[in-house]
Design a protein around this ligand. Structure first.
Ligand code: FES
Length: 132
């Protein structure tokens, strides 16, 4: 097995990941683990992709139809570990977990939460520990 190669040049590292210096307001994770995939996570992710890109909100390379100045970073991820709530969608920095998200819910999450900062309470898992 070959030795892992690490980049020592910090400037080079920064150039390889311009997202670290981007004006990101929200990072949205869509779980695509096995259980979430079984309840339609691919459709949820696709709806986020299409709607964010149509509104020019999605951060990313222009060559991929995204906006280098976009304020929303969209990432799919492996199981977040609570597989009965799928499709799980997590929004940071607020640390809001949305459960049982369907394709038809995506526009509401974008319009209310990502654009207006209002949590979509009917989908959010919010217990009583936030104010403690
Ligand atoms: S597969 Fe999505 S939480 Fe486990």
């Amino acid at each position: 097995m070959s030795e892992p190669k690490f980049i020592e040049d910090r400037e080079k590292l920064v150039k390889l990941a311009p997202v670290a210096d981007a004006p990101i307001r929200h990072h949205v994770f869509v779980c695509n683990g096995k259980s979430c995939a079984a309840v339609g996570s691919a459709d949820v992710k696709k709806a986020f992709e299409e709607q964010l890109e149509k509104q020019n909100l999605r951060y990313g390379k222009a060559s991929k139809g995204r906006n280098p100045e976009g304020e929303i970073l969209l990432t799919d991820c492996g199981s977040v570990g609570f597989c009965s709530i799928g499709t799980a969608v997590l929004v940071y920095p607020e640390n809001v977990w949305y459960a049982q998200v369907r394709e038809s819910d995506v526009s509401e999450i974008i319009e209310k939460h990502l654009l207006k900062g209002e949590i979509v309470e009917r989908l959010a898992l919010i217990g009583g520990n936030r104010d403690k």
